[in-house]
Design a protein around this ligand. Structure first.
Ligand code: HEM
Length: 135
């Protein structure tokens, strides 16, 4: 399957999984993973954050097409905001973040299976590697 076909499958899965409500489940799980991560979100309005991440996830799908200008702009901004100069998100936190996201898909998408979860990993890794690379 080409990466663009994987993006299509993952996007449909994201819709089945419930978009914004999916993101809320994801953040609840993420907060349970470590004290380091919880501390990063201590003063953040999580409802607003869920809306922002919903948008960023869709932008991450579009970013797989490297000619997509608004997705590239969005991911460049996130790369800068998450770097050591700003939010200072350590590179290894992205592994936890992705594991949590994939677990959440397993819970929220009734049609999830191993192949689909592997596609989620492949697709989201494109944006994650870009953000992490700016640390
Ligand atoms: C693909 C992975 C990720 C995406 C797409 C993403 C996306 C975003 C976006 C769009 C924002 C709001 C705007 C901005 O500050 O740029 C944000 C804020 C934030 N992100 Fe991420 N993020 C990712 C990974 C992470 C990870 C791994 C952590 C830490 C565990 C993290 C922690 C935060 C925090 C603490 C904020 C709050 C900023 C604030 O409102 O002050 N993010 N993220």
């Amino acid at each position: 399957m080409s990466i663009q076909e994987k993006v299509k499958c993952v996007h449909k899965s994201y819709i089945r999984a419930g978009g914004k409500s999916f993101v809320s489940v994801f953040y609840e799980r993420l907060m349970e993973t470590s004290e380091d991560i919880r501390k990063k979100f201590e003063h953040i309005d999580m409802e607003a954050q869920a809306k922002i991440l919903d948008h960023a996830i869709v932008m991450s799908f579009l970013f797989v097409d490297e000619t997509h200008q608004s997705a590239t702009q969005c991911l460049n901004n996130i790369r800068e905001s998450h770097s050591r100069r700003n939010l200072d998100i350590a590179p290894e936190l992205y592994d936890t973040w992705l594991e949590c996201l994939v677990e959440t898909v397993g819970i929220c998408d009734p049609s999830a299976n191993e192949e689909l979860l592997a596609n989620w990993r492949t697709v989201m890794s494109v944006a994650i590697n870009h953000i992490r690379g700016g640390y």
